[in-house]
Design a protein around this ligand. Structure first.
Ligand SMILES: [Zn+2]
Length: 168
C-alpha cells in the first residue's frame, strides 16, 4: 500500500483516506468520552493528560492472530497504524491543550484488563479504557512528541527526526 506523506495525494479511486479519517474521528470521540468520565480525578498539570493507544510492532502479529477483526480498524498493517497514531497526535496537538502520550498496548495486558472487568477486548471502548489505565499507571507510556534527536515513540529504534516526524 502506498502511503502519501502530505495528505494531498488523495485519489478518488482510493477510499482509504476518508475511511481513515472516520475511524480517527470515532476514536477521538470515544477517547473524549473516557476523559470526561475520568475528569473527577485531579491530576498534576505536568503529567500526561491524554494518551493514545498504540500496538508496538512486536505485538502486532499476536494482536492480529488473537483478534483478527481489529486489524482493519488499526489500518491493516503495522506501518499504517503507526502513521495513524502520529497523525492523531498531531491533530490533538493542534486542537487541545493537553500533555500527550502514547500508551503501548500488549495483547496479554489487554486480555487481562478485559478479563478482570468482564469486558470485550474487541470493543473500542475497552481498548480506550485500557489505554487510559496504562496512562494512569504510566509504565508503558511515552511522552509525545519526543525531541527530534531522541528515540521515536513508536519503538523503531530510530530518532524521532528520522522516523515518525519525517514519515508521519
Ligand atoms: Zn517512529
Amino acid at each position: 500500500m502506498t502511503v502519501s506523506g502530505d495528505g494531498s495525494g488523495t485519489r478518488p479511486t482510493e477510499p482509504a483516506e476518508p475511511t481513515l479519517d472516520a475511524r480517527i474521528d470515532s476514536w477521538l470521540r470515544s477517547l473524549s468520552r473516557m476523559r470526561s468520565e475520568n475528569s473527577g480525578r485531579k491530576k498534576k498539570p505536568t503529567k500526561i493528560t491524554r494518551v493514545l493507544a498504540y500496538w508496538p510492532a512486536e505485538q502486532w502479529d499476536a494482536m492480529a492472530a488473537r483478534w483478527p477483526r481489529l486489524v482493519p480498524e488499526y489500518g491493516d498493517q503495522h506501518d499504517t497504524h503507526r502513521r495513524m497514531v502520529e497523525v492523531m497526535l498531531r491533530r490533538h496537538a493542534e486542537n487541545a491543550d493537553a500533555a500527550l502520550g502514547v500508551a503501548s498496548m500488549s495483547v496479554e495486558g489487554l486480555a487481562e484488563f478485559a478479563r478482570a472487568r468482564d469486558l470485550d477486548p474487541a470493543v473500542s471502548e475497552t481498548r480506550a479504557a485500557y489505554a487510559a489505565e496504562l496512562g494512569r499507571a504510566g509504565t508503558t507510556v511515552t511522552a509525545w512528541p519526543p525531541a527530534l534527536r531522541e528515540k521515536c515513540w513508536c519503538g523503531s529504534g530510530a530518532t524521532y527526526r528520522e522516523c515518525c516526524a519525517a514519515r508521519g
